[in-house]
Ligand binder design. Structure first.
Ligand code: 13P
Length: 253
């Protein structure tokens, strides 16, 4: 059975104390997860070790970093390597978030390297793709996201691809309160799965969770997650609120 995942992306929000309190509140809700359900917290680098010790007692709750370097090691001041993340027990890493692509000029080629660093270090990439508004308005979003997958993921083996998590995040829906309609999300997720199937085979495409991101909240999560190809969400703003995010976790069921 394909994994269903509620992933929180805290981005550059919350102090350490606020983050600890939020995790306590969410974990304190004691929401039991089925074997195929997971909750992932993508927290800022300095909070990874604290967060790992908070979640490690909880079945199917995990942490993630929000980024890693494309380089293995060396003179890259301020960067964090996948090897370092692995050494502190980080099992997931968000790769290619639209904010990284836009503000830090991360190209598809750089992201392919980051994906490689993750696999070399036994870290599962949560690979983000998604189109800006102008591409959606021109109705060329399918080709746009296909290129993102091709240039960053198509060098992988089928065995590696089967371990991926994909997040579709239409840029026009991030932090805007605008959500893709359930039909738009389902249509794109089915397209992404068909692109993955054409490259890696149906069996591989069938096990890759494809998360939706872009103004997911308690009020729309149930409907979004009910679509056959929407396997959960990558949640920004609403993941900073315990009431909202616990409702989103419950929407996995
Ligand atoms: P919002 O949920 O705030 O729209 O952010 C989505 C996102 O970028 C998650 O990675």
């Amino acid at each position: 059975m394909r994994k269903k995942i509620a992933a929180a992306n805290w981005k550059m929000n919350l102090t350490f104390q606020q983050g600890e309190k939020l995790l306590d509140e969410i974990l304190g809700a004691g929401i039991p997860l089925a074997p195929h359900q997971e909750v992932v917290f993508a927290v800022p680098f300095p909070y990874l070790i604290m967060s790992r010790s908070e979640v490690e007692e909880e079945m199917n709750y995990f942490i993630s970093s929000q980024n890693c370097s494309q380089h293995k090691s060396g003179a890259y001041t301020g960067e964090v390597s996948a090897e370092m993340l692995h050494s502190v027990g980080v099992p997931y890493c968000v790769i290619g978030h639209s904010e990284r692509r836009e503000y830090f000029a991360e190209s598809n080629a750089i992201l392919a390297e980051k994906v490689n660093r993750c696999f070399e270090n036994d870290i599962i990439p949560i690979f983000c793709c998604g189109e800006p508004l102008a591409i959606r308005e021109a109705d060329t979003q399918n080709a746009f996201v296909e290129t993102q997958l091709k240039e960053s993921l198509f060098h992988l083996s089928a065995e590696q691809a089967a371990r991926l998590v994909i997040a579709y995040e239409p840029i026009w829906a991030i932090g805007t309160g605008k959500t893709a309609s359930t039909a738009q999300a389902q249509e794109m997720h089915a397209h992404l799965r068909s692109v993955l199937a054409a490259k890696f085979g149906d069996a591989v495409a069938d096990v890759i969770p494809i998360l939706y991101g872009g103004s997911v909240k308690a009020a729309n999560a149930v409907e979004l997650f009910a679509s056959p190809d929407v396997d959960g969400g990558l949640v920004g703003g609403a993941s900073l609120n315990a009431v909202e995010f616990t409702a989103i976790i419950r929407a996995l069921a």
